[in-house]
Unconditional design. Structure first.
Length: 440
């Protein structure tokens, strides 16, 4: 409690000194904001479903299906234990795995993704279970392949293009914090790196082609690895002790033709910082002093040049869940206070070309000044202190416009909300959630 009060006092003083918009979500906001009714409600399978939810067209009918997974946590060793695929009418397409083990809790990424791995135009569901990488037929759930994995290399799953192919066919897997492996589509190991750059791994490796050679480099934590696994550079913070934790989140802010033109944002878990850096790992700016977690990048504040960065601050007491909005120069432009701010995303809900911030716990959208602009209807009994819900965006209705998905905090239902006014992006949003989805 003392920590939360100290944090609140410090941020309030900073807000007054800098004249920042500082908006605390309130009952008045909730009353005044329009309420969005769900387009669909889907009851999740009570036995096989978990807290992890991704979406995509599994059977080629042009409509989205939901994939939900349970996971096992054994002293920070994680693997997928059960999966269910369901249509939006709630009917089960298929089930896989052992529903008698695993859990329904949001604590970390679950290694279960939807992707057309073999390039035949039909999606597979690919997952990491204990000791194996498993490829399931998207339409039937039947196992197509089961490839052996190193011990405990089941923490997450990322598709990447390390081989210079026309598309991403290689995979990255890892332990929780210490080692990362790369495999090609046949299951042959390409390389492995332990403690990249001398630091822990990130929660999710991020592939990006920095030099335009058609092969992606891999941000593996504080180290950028070349496509062959060798170290390209290691980020060195000027304000934080990186040894205290790990890279929580890494996002591309701007791509470029050369590494110098790239801009990335990174959060430093344990070291309590956020940094903007170029494609050579050089810091552009850093802000220290808060437990920054996940970052959304987009045009959030109308009237401001460039892009903005929305980041939550975690590990505070319940009722103290901030989201800060930075501009590209590192200045805080807006502060939003909610009960709990983990799990957020950006979506243009009003059709003005500027993104709103979707935050899961208040089940609401906030504009770039922190004002609530919409509340998503959900049964009031689900709003209970101490549990998390998941917030996703993606095209769930088939019109190419990003919609909103919320899970209930009991992880028993999914609510889908159709975006009636948002602009269709160019290119249109793909059907379902993004490839390489992550909670971070």
């Amino acid at each position: 409690m003392q920590r939360a009060l100290t944090h609140l006092l410090r941020t309030s003083i900073l807000t007054l000194l800098l004249g920042l918009p500082d908006h605390r979500a309130s009952a008045a906001d909730e009353t005044n904001a329009p309420v969005v009714q769900p387009w669909r409600r889907v009851a999740l399978d009570p036995d096989y479903a978990g807290a992890w939810v991704v979406a995509g067209d599994l059977d080629g009918d042009g409509a989205v299906e939901l994939v939900s997974a349970r996971n096992v946590d054994r002293n920070d060793v994680h693997f997928t234990s059960a999966v269910v695929a369901q249509r939006l009418d709630g009917t089960v397409l298929w089930r896989w795995g052992n529903p008698r083990i695993g859990r329904k809790e949001l604590h970390h990424d679950v290694a279960c993704q939807i992707y057309d791995w073999d390039g035949d135009g039909r999606n597979e569901v690919v997952l990491c279970t204990e000791g194996f990488l498993v490829e399931l037929d998207g339409a039937t759930g039947k196992e197509k392949r089961r490839l052996p994995l190193p011990k405990d290399a089941t923490d997450c799953l990322v598709f990447a293009n390390l081989s210079g192919q026309s598309r991403a066919t290689d995979v990255l897997v890892k332990t929780r914090y210490t080692q990362i492996w790369a495999f090609d589509c046949a299951g042959r190991q390409l390389w492995t790196v332990e403690n990249p750059g001398g630091y822990r791994t990130a929660h999710q490796p991020v592939p990006v082609d920095l030099d335009g050679d058609g092969r992606q480099e891999v941000m593996a934590g504080y180290a950028m690895l070349n496509a062959d696994g060798s170290t390209r550079w290691v980020f060195k913070s000027q304000k934080a002790d990186q040894a205290r934790g790990h890279c929580d989140c890494f996002r591309v802010v701007r791509a470029g033709k050369t590494p110098e033109e790239f801009r990335f944002v990174m959060t430093l878990c344990g070291a309590n910082g956020i940094a903007l850096l170029d494609g050579n790992g050089k810091p552009i700016w850093e802000v220290a002093g808060e437990h920054f977690e996940s970052v959304d990048v987009g045009r959030i504040c109308a009237g401001l040049p460039g892009l903005q960065l929305a980041v939550d601050i975690d590990h505070g007491a319940w009722g103290n869940g901030p989201v800060w909005v930075f501009d590209e120069t590192g200045q805080v432009r807006t502060k939003i206070m909610t009960d709990y701010a983990r799990h957020h995303a950006l979506v243009d809900w009003t059709g003005d070309g500027v993104a709103e911030i979707l935050i899961a716990q208040p089940r609401a959208l906030f504009d770039g000044r922190g004002r609530r602009v919409a509340t998503f209807a959900l049964e009031a009994k689900d709003d209970l202190t101490g549990e998390e819900r998941l917030a996703l965006t993606g095209d769930f209705t088939g019109d190419g416009v990003p919609d909103v998905l919320l899970t209930t905090r009991a992880m028993t239902e999914v609510y889908l909300y159709k975006n009636e006014r948002g602009q269709k992006p160019n290119p249109p949003a793909p059907l379902g959630t993004e490839v390489n989805f992550t909670l971070y």
